[in-house]
Design a protein around this ligand. Structure first.
Ligand code: NDP
Length: 265
């Protein structure tokens, strides 16, 4: 029996938790003729790689840094959310040959929160990079009023204008606070963010989408100590992966298995 292939493409991609997460899920639902591979793809090889993946063996590909924007032009069709966000993190090779680009980061982020934000609720988003685009779009799609702070303020202004949010120089209280910056990767996240740990109690929910940092717990530890509910980046990874899995296989995702594999990674 021919193997059905899934993969993650990125550069660098060695530390991706997607192969462990998806291979555990495939095994758990009994798809023994499917496998999920790690495919390091340098930027200059992206076009040839995606063309090569249209060989009938591949059913789906997870797309990560730095390819999420460049892959937009290489698909036959974009889902509405991928088109609106301007980034693709999921490729679906349809049986008829059509290549579809989707973005599961956005719904994955919302699913990682303790509950879906109510229309009219308020959020502060820290950051204006790739993941912030998906997060701001997702929150705006729920009807949330979003304020965006970014180290480089012009990028916050551009992102705010694009999605109907407001760029701010200072952050105040809100129902949700989301860190989409890499600030914590270089040590103390508060050293370069516009708020201190004593302000974390001003938010009902604190989410940190970054999970691969040296001190990823600082923001969320502080938030928990201040009485806020929290959402971490691993849960977002798992939730966006669960949506991918269902799109590729048509099976309900074994989310507990995927979470355990992602946490073990
Ligand atoms: P980008 O490079 O596109 O954006 C990085 C952002 O971080 C920018 O807003 C940048 O600000 C800011 N930043 C970087 N360093 C600092 C600092 N020292 N102080 C303050 N701000 C800083 O990256 P992405 O948006 O693609 O990814 C960000 C993180 O999110 C990564 O760690 C990634 O792993 C994680 N991620 C998690 C996902 C999940 O499923 N949980 C999904 C996707 C990403 P400036 O504009 O000023 O440079």
């Amino acid at each position: 029996m021919a193997t059905t292939q899934l993969a993650v493409i990125g550069w660098p991609v060695d530390h991706s938790r997607s192969p462990a997460m998806h291979n555990a899920a495939l095994a758990a639902v009994g798809l023994s003729a499917w496998e999920f591979q790690l495919l390091p793809v340098e930027p200059e090889n992206l076009v040839a790689c995606v063309e090569g993946l249209r060989n009938g063996a591949y059913r789906g590909v997870s797309v990560t840094i730095p390819h999420k924007e460049n892959v937009l032009a290489l698909v036959d069709r974009l889902t509405e959310r991928a088109s609106a966000i301007g980034a693709v993190n999921t490729l679906i090779f349809e049986p008829g040959g059509e290549l579809v680009g989707d973005n599961t980061d956005a719904p994955g982020f919302i699913a990682s929160l303790p509950s879906t934000p109510a229309p009219g609720s308020t959020a502060i988003v820290l950051g204006a990079g790739g993941v912030a685009h998906a997060v701001v779009w997702a929150l705006r799609n729920c009807g949330v009023e979003v304020r965006i702070w970014n180290r480089t303020s012009s990028r916050a202004e551009q992102l705010a204008e694009r999605f109907g949010a407001t760029a701010v120089e200072n952050v105040g209280p809100a129902e949700i606070l989301v860190n989409c910056t890499a600030a914590g990767l270089e040590g103390d996240p508060f050293a370069s963010l516009p708020l201190g740990p004593e302000q974390l109690g001003e938010y009902g929910v604190v989410a940190d989408v970054v999970y691969n940092g040296s001190a990823p717990g600082d923001l969320l530890d502080g938030a928990r100590a201040a009485g806020a509910a929290t959402a971490d980046g691993i849960e977002m990874l798992v939730q966006q992966g669960a949506i991918q899995f269902e799109e590729w296989t048509g099976r309900p995702a074994p989310i507990d298995v995927m979470r355990a594999a992602a946490l073990a990674g």
